[in-house]
Design a protein around this ligand. Structure first.
Ligand code: NAP
Length: 525
């Protein structure tokens, strides 16, 4: 397995491919997107518009919305498809993922362009998202081939023990908008390759990108009913999907509020239910980077800016707290703020802009409210201007934030960075850990002793030493947190697929008396 390479803008054909792909996508805006249930397109009266956050009057598409009735028919389709899919060999199931990866590779600029317009991703970020989707397909395909081999257990004479896995059944995949293809593709492909049939609910804010995933799986030839595209309002169908007695596994990525609600509801057994539901929930973060007093600031400043403000800070892995050792507090802050002043804000389709719009009006309102809270809790160091049209928010940096402040504890999911001062490295670690979340974290230090201490004591799912804290790669940095950041094994890691399957063991006594020869009815005596 090798990761898909990052985008190379030194190649002129790569630079020209983006505007071309964006123009092409623009010609296809405003279409109506059906649901896909059991291989059939289903049109509903109820549709939801998806808009370009940089230009809200530009409608990306109208997405048919599943109600309870459509979810029920998708359950029927998935149940029908399940026995044959379950009994398809692991190797054959993996081939569908490899085909899907080939299709995505060929369409990479087109798939990225849809993200630029639907959620305001920058070119490089959108390309990386598609690259990650391809990585999930390639990696989980290989993982299933590995796990699909029966294992012989023990070596006791007269006995054969075999250990193997079977899929859990029907999976609900409930995805966020911020990595609109990668996360949707990762959760869905894992469920599918493990032998489950999927009902996929994309976020209402990125359902057109969600449809591109359905197109890829369709083109890869997945049997009807194995992957069902069922977008719908979380507030309308979310509970129905989660509560459904025929759903055995729920793969969710999103906010802690929705994640905990799903975990609670999934634990209640409904009439006719025969499985205990498994919930995989990847949730939020309040991630910190520690700047030690001997840190290389040339490195630290650039990486903090990227980790905090890349894709407008709308990554679960984004840096939202910087904890700076007292001796370099003032110098670091001065350089960080000067660096931040150089970041241009505007539509993501223009590569001159470092930051684009946030995803919708609600996010814009929420982030602006946090900036007001920050003004009361700390000292506002910078708040940049924003374009008049579109859902933009200023990039904001606050100093003198204390651990008890809301800015230090709550996930904002926008370009708002809080700076905290630490007297000692021990205190910096304590501050970093003083959050209900434990997703990512980072340390910039030249001290091997401090880096070693951070390895042991900085308790997060993904810790990065002397580098940025976003952009985890499949297989190289399996991704996911604990505490309130999630329950489940890391995405893109060696344990991930196991969550979609149940292990079985078969023991045979081979010390039997005699045996029946292969039976051929014609000459059987
Ligand atoms: P969200 O509001 O929790 O929504 C996530 C998904 O849940 C959407 O598809 C949403 O549908 C659906 N949903 C809403 N209410 C539901 C209900 N009652 N039952 C079932 N599903 C329901 O999160 P988001 O705004 O899309 O994403 C941002 C959050 O995701 C942040 O907190 C971020 O940290 C987290 N995140 C975590 C990771 C990770 O790996 N740990 C990765 C990416 C993002 P609608 O769109 O229709 O409401």
């Amino acid at each position: 397995f090798v990761n898909h390479s990052v985008v190379d803008f030194t190649q002129s054909e790569v630079r020209s491919a983006f505007p071309k792909a964006i123009d092409q996508v623009r010609k296809n805006l405003g279409r109506t997107y059906p649901l896909l249930i059991g291989g059939r397109e289903v049109i509903t009266q109820d549709t939801l518009p998806s808009e370009n956050p940089a230009k809200p009057e530009e409608i990306i598409g109208l997405i048919c919305q599943a109600g309870r009735k459509e979810i029920d028919s998708a359950i029927v389709a998935a149940k029908q498809a399940f026995p044959a899919w379950r009994d398809t060999s692991a190797n054959d199931r993996a081939q569908y993922l490899f085909r899907a990866a080939d299709i995505a590779r060929k369409r990479i600029y087109n798939l990225a362009a849809w993200q630029v317009l639907e959620v305001g991703k920058q070119w490089d970020q959108a390309y990386a998202d598609v690259g990650e989707a391809i990585d999930f397909l390639e990696y989980y395909g290989r993982e299933m081939i590995r796990l699909g081999k029966e294992r012989r257990m023990g070596r006791a004479p007269g006995e054969l023990n075999h250990y193997f896995y079977q899929p859990k059944g029907l999976a609900a995949v409930i995805a966020p908008w911020n990595f609109p293809l990668a996360i949707s593709c990762g959760m869905s492909s894992a469920a599918i390759v493990a032998g489950n049939c999927v009902l996929y609910k994309p976020s209402g804010l990125s359902s057109v990108v969600g449809y591109t995933l359905a197109e890829i799986f369709k083109k890869a030839g997945l049997p009807n009913g194995v992957f069902n595209y069922t977008p719908g309002r979380g507030s309308v169908i979310g509970d129905h999907l989660v509560d459904h007695p025929d759903i055995s596994v729920i793969a969710f990525t999103g906010s802690v509020e929705v994640g905990l609600r799903i975990i609670e509801r999934a634990a209640r057994i409904k009439k006719g239910q025969t499985n205990v539901k498994k919930v995989i929930a990847e949730m939020g973060g309040k991630n910190a980077i520690i700047i030690d007093d001997d840190a290389d600031l040339d490195e630290a400043v650039v990486h903090v800016l990227n980790s905090a403000f890349g894709f407008q800070g709308q990554k679960c892995s984004a840096c939202s707290r910087v904890i700076v050792l007292k001796p370099i507090y003032d110098r670091f802050i001065w350089r960080l703020v000067e660096g931040a002043k150089s970041l241009q804000i505007g539509p993501s389709e223009d590569p001159a802009n470092f930051m684009g719009p946030v995803v919708d009006r609600e996010a814009q309102k929420r982030i602006v409210e946090y900036i007001q809270i920050g003004k009361k809790e700390g000292k506002l160091l910078i708040s940049t201007g924003v374009p008049a049209e579109g859902y933009y928010v200023p990039l904001a940096i606050f100093a003198d934030i204390k651990p008890e402040h809301r800015l230090a504890q709550e996930e904002i999911f926008g370009p708002v960075l809080s700076i905290m001062k630490a007297e000692t490295f021990d205190q910096a670690i304590d501050l970093a850990n003083s959050s209900k979340f434990a997703l990512t974290g980072g340390v910039f230090s030249r001290s091997p002793r401090h880096l070693e201490q951070a390895r042991k004591q900085f308790r997060v799912g993904n810790l990065y030493l002397n580098r940025g804290i976003t952009g985890a790669l499949v297989e190289r940095q399996p991704f996911g947190g604990f505490k309130m950041s999630g329950v489940g094994s890391k995405a893109g890691g060696p344990d991930y697929l196991l969550q979609f399957m149940d292990p079985r063991s078969v023991t045979e006594n081979t010390m039997r008396r005699g045996f029946t020869p292969v039976r051929d009815d014609d000459d059987y005596i």
